[in-house]
Design a protein around this ligand. Structure first.
Ligand code: GDP
Length: 595
């Protein structure tokens, strides 16, 4: 049979053209099968496929084919790249100038992230700013040695990863805060994973060195065990001893940031172009409407610029900097709060200036439509079974592990890593004790990982994020089930769990005899639909009296693929013939269960 690709719906006229038959031929066939449709009416894929079958074509869904292709390409490039608008490779190198580094502060709770951010802010107020009414807008700049440094003022890795999951890579340098009296803790470890997977240079601030129980040397040893090797140990990670309380080491930290910025990544941008930036924060403010803090990353943002942020557009009405001053423009690495947007926007979304208002509006509309289409279409996930499918070319299986206690987490890790074989390495990009949270899902998304939850559940936000970002989360309560599944998928023989899905019901109205025995049930479909591929259960007064696959499904004399509710059809089953009037035939199809 010839293959033909068909969309989710098309008109009778289009279908006739594609099948090379006349409209009348097609309409006649459809009428015979209970579908009364005029030439310019639309029919769905299933109906079109039935007709195509009748005229000698095997129908394939065009969309499914396109989705497959798209999923194939994303599976091989699982790691997200920098947003295309932020890619500087198209810029003329001579137009690029140095911009201040953007720094994020991460670390375990209570180790002093907020205190360090506050201390930095008050000790190094940019020149001329002293006495100015500072306000928190989600990011700020300080001056050191006549140079600027931008700090993201939302400590914690949740915000950091949430932004990355949405394709925004704002951070140039990460500062990992570890309290000298407490040492490396679970969230320190988690932060290390986040920083490593973002691929940004790392500086360690060993904080609270003023405290009695402070033991900076022990912190260094612990870090080395976590593959963060301090310079003093011959590694490449600079370490600064700080006290947010006394201010000790804060200037040293700033100097180190500038040094790393110069030596490792020397961030650049072209100030002479339309601005592109990332939203750090956004809210609805009384009297001002929607406001958003944007970190400009390339170009210069000005009052009056037409902007589009995700599905929202607007015209910049006012720009306010981190000292609460009105400014006319903001260049690369400068955080500013903007007003003039038509709605609140999402942190991590990209802001883009367009030449005209019309272009901003059109882009916003296009994205709104895309979002709607995305909601209507289930997201493709990277799943264990996909991994099996692309096993030939994939060399690393990336996982995020979560368990209810340290002991089981360790057991899980050791069992899982044992499964490595010569062709496949297992990389654990994140692990922790506790429920699967949004941060885990975000990390999995940016690193192309699967989340394994052991005796834990996801919270609501994690579920929503997994849905939005297409992350596969799997739950287990027995270790060997995890290892079995992973092992199977590694070997490329992961078998999907098959489930039976109810499809429809038909009532037997008449029984036709063949050679004197009941053989064919003359039915009416009373619910759903009946398809040829289905498995049937025959019930009499609610009790099951037989089972079997459909042998023949007919309307009148024709074999058909499917019969919809309300229509009559003839059904015969493999291995069951004892139909009686009044029997109900219930059909199921087997589908692959996706988590
Ligand atoms: P975060 O949760 O990492 O943001 O930690 P915070 O900045 O909120 O600090 C937690 C606690 O540690 C607060 O009570 C701070 O006052 C205290 N703290 C932070 N840094 C230092 C420090 O360098 N020395 C001392 N002695 N206490 C500190």
């Amino acid at each position: 049979m010839k293959k033909i690709g068909l969309p989710a719906s098309l008109t009778v006229r289009e279908l006739a053209e594609r099948l090379g038959v006349t409209g009348t031929q097609l309409i006649t066939y459809l009428m015979q099968n209970g579908v009364a449709a005029a030439l310019n009416q639309s029919i769905d894929f299933d109906t079109a496929a039935l007709a195509a079958d009748h005229f000698g074509f095997e129908a394939e869904s065009e969309e499914a084919a396109a989705r497959e292709a798209a999923a194939g390409s994303s599976a091989s490039g699982a790691l997200r790249r920098r947003h295309p608008l932020l890619d500087l490779s198209g810029e003329d190198p001579s137009a690029l100038v140095a911009r201040p580094p953007v720094v994020a502060v991460l670390g375990h709770v209570d180790h002093g992230k907020t205190s360090i951010l506050d201390r930095v802010r008050t000790t190094s107020v940019a020149a001329g700013e002293a006495g100015g009414i500072t306000q928190r807008i989600g990011a700020y700049q300080v001056e050191r040695q006549g140079r600027l440094i931008t700090f993201i003022d939302t400590p914690g890795h949740a915000a950091f990863t949430a932004m990355r999951a949405r394709g925004a890579d704002v951070t140039d340098i990460a500062v990992l805060v570890v309290a000298a009296d407490d040492g490396v803790m679970p969230q320190t470890d988690e932060a290390i994973h986040h920083i490593r997977s973002a691929g940004v240079p790392l500086i360690v601030a060993v904080n609270k060195v003023d405290k009695d129980g402070a033991n900076p040397e022990r912190v260094l040893q612990q870090l080395a065990e976590h593959e963060v090797v301090p310079e003093s140990y011959g590694g490449d990670v600079p370490v600064v001893n700080t006290s947010a309380l006394t201010g000790q080491g804060i200037e040293d930290l700033l100097d180190t940031i500038l040094l790393v910025s110069d030596v490792v990544n020397s961030p650049r941008a072209n100030p002479n172009r339309l601005a592109v930036g990332t939203v750090i924060d956004s809210e609805l403010e009384r009297g001002r409407g929607p406001v958003a803090t944007v970190l400009v990353q390339n170009g210069t943002l000005r009052i009056g610029d037409n902007v589009v942020v995700g599905p929202v557009y607007g015209k910049v009405r006012a720009l306010t900097d981190d000292a609460g001053r009105r400014v006319k423009e903001a260049g690369p690495s400068k955080p500013v709060q903007i007003t003039g947007l038509t709605d609140v926007v999402t942190a991590g979304d990209i802001l883009q200036v367009t030449e005209t208002e019309k272009a901003a509006r059109a882009l916003a509309e296009q994205r709104t439509n895309e979002q709607r289409a995305k909601i209507a279409q289930p997201v493709r996930r990277i799943t264990l079974s996909d991994f099996a499918a692309v096993q030939g070319e994939t060399k690393t299986m990336t996982l995020v592990l979560k368990a209810e206690a340290n002991g089981s987490l360790e057991a899980l890790r050791s069992q899982v890593t044992k499964l490595e074989d010569p062709n496949v390495t297992i990389k654990i990009v994140g692990e922790g004790v506790g429920a699967v949270g949004e941060a885990d899902v975000n990390l999995a998304s940016v690193s192309g990982a699967i989340v394994i939850g052991f005796n834990v559940h996801p919270d609501e936000r994690a579920k929503a994020a997994a849905e939005e970002l297409g992350v596969d989360i799997r739950f287990y309560d027995v270790v060997y089930q995890v290892t079995d599944d992973i092992e199977r998928s590694i070997k490329g023989m992961y078998e999907p769990t098959l489930i039976e899905v109810y499809q429809g019901r038909a009532e037997v109205r008449r029984v036709f005899m063949v050679d004197g025995k009941p053989a064919i049930a003359g039915c009416q479909v009373i619910d759903g639909r009946i398809t040829r591929a289905a498995t049937c259960t025959v019930r009499r007064d609610g009790r099951e009296v037989g089972r079997g696959k459909i042998d023949a499904l007919k309307r009148f004399r024709d074999d058909v693929r499917e019969v919809a509710r309300g229509y009559e059809c003839g059904i015969s089953l493999e291995g069951f013939t004892e139909f009686a009037e009044g029997d109900v035939i219930e059909t199921h199809v087997t589908e692959q269960q996706n988590l």
